[in-house]
Design a binder for this molecule. Sequence first.
Ligand code: NAG
Ligand code: NAG
Ligand code: NAG
Ligand code: NAG
Ligand code: NAG
Length: 407
Amino acid sequence: MMYFSFYNFIFLLNFIFTIAAFIPNGRWIHSSVLIDKKLYFKGGNKINNNSIEGLTNELFYLDISKPFTTTDNVSIPWIDLTYTGSPLKGEATACIGGKNNDIIFVFGGYSPLNQPFVNQFDTSKQQWSNIQSVGPRYRQDISCAKFSGGLIAIFSGLSDPDFINDLWIFDTLTFSWSLSNAANAPPQRFGYCAITLPDENILYIGGVKFTDLANISSYIPMNILPLYNTKSHIWTNMSISGPIPSIRTLFSAILTPDRRIIIFGGCTNGGALGDLWILDTVVFQWSIGKILNSVEGLVLCGHTATLVEIYIIVAFGSFINGSLSSKLFMLDVSQKDSYRWVNEFTTNVTFPSNTSISDFKIPSLTIGAITGCVIFLVILIITMLCYRTYKILKRKQLQKAIKNMSI
Ligand SMILES: *[C@@H]1O[C@H](CO)[C@@H](O)[C@H](O)[C@H]1NC(C)=O
Ligand SMILES: *[C@@H]1O[C@H](CO)[C@@H](O)[C@H](O)[C@H]1NC(C)=O
Ligand SMILES: *[C@@H]1O[C@H](CO)[C@@H](O)[C@H](O)[C@H]1NC(C)=O
Ligand SMILES: *[C@@H]1O[C@H](CO)[C@@H](O)[C@H](O)[C@H]1NC(C)=O
Ligand SMILES: *[C@@H]1O[C@H](CO)[C@@H](O)[C@H](O)[C@H]1NC(C)=O
């Protein structure tokens, strides 16, 4: 009796201490989803060479029902849920679904432990389970997009060896997959961002083709924006005007209630980016986002970004110097013409009512954050991928890609 209660007591103490003291350390290539007042973070890599040994299975959330200061890490209300048995996966993407939109679905990614393509975490029961139904084959660096009635689209991704550009739809109510047969699918890509628009078309922005990572012309131009119509299952391109953002992968994108898509950071084969771009989907125009107070050194990739009230919460990622960020950065996006980095998160701050568009629903999608900024990191990723898939990958192709990279 005594024995049991002593250990129970220690366990409880340890449990409470862990919860109270949890401060996540730096990581990138994680994924993130918002459910109600909890911003969940899953996985990622804690080593910037993106190796298997750096993978983390951590699962935790930021309690956004409470105010905090981003510069004071002790004030940030983190809650660790890793003890729930979170699976180990790298470069996965996560979206929410289920009848009550309270289930996190983690798609794709690599794992030393042969994880299934989909894992699900029921946030109400705090329980993980695997989904074994037959669907897409192995791929990573996807950006899942949730749309009507609990459906989630998975497009292309980094795979082997023939770099497919297929689009699959997962039903989060029945756990079944279907493959889209739509003609004119855009070329394969990874490290892109998918955004579900209020009309339920899915917009695909940026990314890069795997086959020729060193080649600038294998990046997807930012003015070619494929749209997948989830009702008619037809691919079109969005026509847009304005200046064109530089090519990039591994960036973040969010949609505001007044239909601005805001993209931040990422990287190209020329290095990392800290710029902000706005795609106004009311007038179909790109413009440069004007930041009133730029933060020195704020150049990130492999981060995640989530719209919470009027803020974009930019979390973790890799700085340009290769160190991994353990920080949160918060951008006030309430004004259309100017953007401001802020440190204080205050709850219940909403967009000015004139900016809201009544039929708008914030899609609960977040980009699965992805990988490397600096060329040498990208090379390491390829090397690592090659190690995983060397049986199938044509060695010659890789060597050629690496040789063509100018460091
Ligand atoms: C990555 O870095 C870690 C820590 O520095 C090191 O132990 C590991 O061998 C490296 N892995 C690769 C594939 O370079
Ligand atoms: C929290 O911030 C303090 C002060 O900046 C720093 O010394 C400490 O290492 C941080 N802790 C973590 C876990 O990042
Ligand atoms: C880069 O790709 C373009 C188009 O695919 C091709 O024309 C060009 O030769 C490639 N350049 C290199 C250096 O491989
Ligand atoms: C979209 O634009 C690209 C580049 O101009 C073109 O190759 C492609 O065929 C277009 N796709 C559709 C579905 O019209
Ligand atoms: C890398 O850059 C970040 C952001 O500027 C900075 O906070 C960090 O101290 C730098 N790390 C190193 C090792 O220089």
